[in-house]
Write a protein that binds this ligand. Structure first.
Ligand code: SF4
Ligand code: SF4
Length: 387
């Protein structure tokens, strides 16, 4: 296992981080954590709402039980609570917008995991300006409690997880210099947060990555990657995707929500490589994307088009699927595309080519044309299934 420093916090973490959101059960959590420790994993991303059944029966308590007896300083624990105005669910750490509620979240998490401090405490899914306001603005904000907890040694560093635009993330990092760690959604297809990741790197702020395999879509085989990197021919897409992330110096750790031993073994083998992708190979990989797309721009997952379609089409969800199938030739997208034709919400044939999404898209993607191609692909796949 390789290890990296988290910005200038002085904390070192395994480059493969253990996401704890997908455990199948308490027993599965215990098995995965024990195996992860044997493989050298040290970073655990925990959350009070994960697998929540009751105050003392959820992923936080499972992690705490599995780590009993493990020297505290040998693991790095990052907990979180979600800042929102509106309904508060304290036990799950959701809807938190006051100092007192934040204190309760921190105390609850410490109690459930059974530790005296967290290495990181993050605002969870701070992805819009009103989330930032709920978290950080005012004398009674959750940020006040976070800072107090830090002063008391209960939390070593503050951070946030986010799906926001890169410019928002940068603005928040500038506004609150206490944030020393961010967790963002990034992979070789979803490149929109790159500016924020680079900003963090330049300012010695640690970066964890979520969504390294785009929710399980970046898997299987693709002949186009072998064209770009012949030396990696035969490697599955998931390994190339991980190598790409691990070769990014700004990234401290890549989170994977592992609940299968074999899956963890595969990820750990890649995370143990000293040189998963050279800078030259990484550059060749990025440049090859342009060839794959025949010079057409690619969707970066920025979500600027979210909610604009008068036909209700989730463009930011559909364009990456087009891209996976047509540009990267990754078959995992086909099952999703096949179900689109005739689908109430996702039918690309509903596109009326109004161009509203294109107006919002910084890449000016030919979205109506791609919707048409998706409709054709979906019909072809459905026909092939009948034959
Ligand atoms: S061009 Fe098509 S996908 Fe884009 S907003 Fe208009 S109807 Fe929706
Ligand atoms: S289609 Fe354009 S606006 Fe929408 S997510 Fe992709 S790049 Fe961003």
């Amino acid at each position: 296992m390789q290890y990296r420093q988290v910005g200038n916090t002085g904390i070192s973490v395994s480059v493969l981080g253990h996401g704890t959101m997908r455990y199948k059960s308490r027993e599965n959590a215990a098995e995965m954590i024990a195996h992860g420790l044997r493989l050298g994993l040290t970073y655990f991303d925990i959350g009070s709402a994960y697998s929540f059944k009751a105050f003392d029966d959820n992923a936080e308590t499972w992690v705490g039980e599995a780590l009993r007896g493990v020297p505290r300083e040998s693991v790095v624990l990052s907990a979180k609570a979600q800042p929102r105005h509106g309904e508060t669910k304290l036990d799950r750490g959701l809807g938190i917008d006051t100092r007192d509620d934040m204190w309760r979240c921190i105390e609850n998490s410490l109690k459930r995991v059974g530790v005296e401090y967290f290495d990181f405490y993050q605002f969870w899914d701070m992805s819009a300006d009103d989330h930032f306001d709920a978290a950080c603005v005012g004398d009674d904000s959750p940020l006040v409690a976070m800072r107090e907890a830090k002063e008391q040694g209960l939390v070593r560093h503050l951070g946030f997880t986010s799906h926001a635009q890169a410019d928002q993330i940068i603005r928040w990092l500038e506004a609150v210099p206490d944030f020393r760690f961010i967790t963002v959604y990034y992979n070789f297809m979803d490149t929109a947060p790159e500016a924020a990741i680079n900003f963090a790197y330049e300012h010695n702020i640690g970066v964890a990555i979520m969504g390294p395999l785009r929710g399980g879509l970046l898997v299987g085989e693709s002949e186009v990657f072998a064209q770009a990197l012949p030396e990696f021919a035969g490697l599955p897409v998931q390994e190339i995707a991980l190598r790409f992330l691990l070769s990014t110096p700004a990234i401290s750790t890549v989170l994977s929500g592992m609940n299968e031993i074999a899956h963890m073994d595969q990820n750990a083998a890649v995370a143990s490589l000293e040189n998963p992708m050279t800078p030259e190979q990484r550059q060749r990989f990025i440049e090859a994307f342009r060839e794959f797309s025949k010079g057409e721009p690619l969707c970066t997952g920025c979500r600027y088009c979210a909610g604009v379609c008068p036909q209700g089409l989730p463009v930011a969800h559909m364009m990456p699927l087009y891209q996976l199938a047509e540009v990267f030739k990754v078959a995992s997208a086909n099952a999703h595309i096949k179900s689109m034709a005739g689908h109430q919400r996702l039918d690309p044939a509903k596109c009326v080519a109004c161009g509203l999404c294109v107006d919002k898209c910084p890449q000016k993607l030919p979205i109506p044309e791609r919707m048409q191609r998706l409709a054709e692909l979906s019909a072809e796949l459905q026909e092939a299934a009948v034959e």
